[in-house]
Write a protein that binds this ligand. Sequence first.
Ligand SMILES: NC(=O)c1ccc[n+]([C@@H]2O[C@H](COP(=O)([O-])OP(=O)(O)OC[C@H]3O[C@@H](n4cnc5c(N)ncnc54)[C@H](OP(=O)(O)O)[C@@H]3O)[C@@H](O)[C@H]2O)c1
Length: 311
Amino acid sequence: MTNTQRAILVRTYGGAAAAEVAEIAKPTAGDGQVLVRVGAAGVNGIDWKFREGLVQKAFPVQLPAVLGIELAGTVEAVGPGASRFKVGDRVMGPLGRLGAYAEFVAVAEANLVHTPKGLDDMQAAGIPVAAVAAWLSLHQAGPIAAGQRILIHGAAGGLGGYAVQYAKQAGAEVFATSSAAHLDYVRSLGARHVIDYRSQRFEAVAQDIDLVLDYVGGEVLDRSWDVMTPNGATVSAAAPDIAARTPAGRRGLWFANKADATLLARLADEIAQGSLASRVSEVVGFNDIPAAIERNRAGPRFGKVVADFAR
Ligand SMILES: NC(=O)c1ccc[n+]([C@@H]2O[C@H](COP(=O)([O-])OP(=O)(O)OC[C@H]3O[C@@H](n4cnc5c(N)ncnc54)[C@H](OP(=O)(O)O)[C@@H]3O)[C@@H](O)[C@H]2O)c1
C-alpha cells in the first residue's frame, strides 16, 4: 500500500477551479478514531460555501483543506481507545469537520454508526448530514404539534426532503417551496401546499405560519417574516447572520448542525426499513466531485448527490 491517497483539496478559497483532485498523505487512526476506507461520500449544498470561504465565520477551517463532510465505507483500522467497531465493519456518519473526500479518513468513532443491512454505501453516504440536520432544525424552536403550519424553503433539497417528511409525520400542515420540476416530488413526501418559487410568491399561499424552515437564505428569508404568526419562529440553516436580520419582536434562530449518532442510527434504520424516503438523485465518480460541487451551487436539483469512490 502506498502512503498517499486521492483527495479533493482546496488550497485557496475560490470558484469552481479552487477544488482539485490532489495526492495527500494517508492518515492513521488516532485516539478514539477508526480509519475508514471510504466507499462513497455525500455532496452537500454547503460544500461550495466552504470552497469559497463563505462560512468561515460560522465554521472556521484551516487551508489547505480536504472538502466533504459525510461518508460511508468500511473500517480499515481501529485506533487506540476506540472500541465500538472492528476491522471490516460497514460504517456511515458525518465527520463533524471537513475531510470526507479522501480515500481513507480517520473519523471519531463517536460520530459513526453501523450501516444498516439493506443500505449500500451510495445510499448511506447521503444520509448523515441531511437527515440529522433536518430533524434537529425542525425541532430547534420547540416541539412540533399536530396542526401546526410549517413552511419549508428548499423542500426539494437534501435537508428539505427529510424535513417535509418529519413535519408531515408529526401531523403538521406543510407548505413547501421548490422549482416547478420538483413540485410532484415534494408533494409525494407529504407537503399539502407546494409552491413554485419562480412563478409564484410564497406569500400568496403561505400565511399564519407557525414555523419557517429556511434552507435557502437571501431574500427568501427576508420575505418570510411577513407570513409568520406573531409567536412563530424562523429557523435558518442557510443564513448565519439571521440574528442581525431578524426584525424587532420576531424570533429568528441560526441552526448549526451537530453529530448525533443515536439519532442518525434511528433515521438510517427507518430509511433501510422503508418508512422514511431518502432519494439519491445523482451518483458521480471521484474525479467528478469538483464539478458536482459546482453544479450543486448553480443548478436546480432534488434529493442527494453522492460520489462513488469505486468509479
Ligand atoms: N447550518 C448548518 O449546520 C447546515 C448544515 C447542512 C446544510 N446547511 C445549509 O442548508 C441549506 C440546504 O442544504 P442542502 O444540502 O439541503 O442543499 P441542496 O441539496 O443543494 O438543496 C437546495 C435546494 O434549494 C432549492 N432552492 C433554490 N432556490 C430556492 C428558492 N428561491 N426557493 C426555494 N427553494 C430554492 C433547490 O430546489 P430546486 O432544485 O427545486 O430549485 C434545491 O433543491 C444550504 O444553504 C446549506 O449550506 C447548513
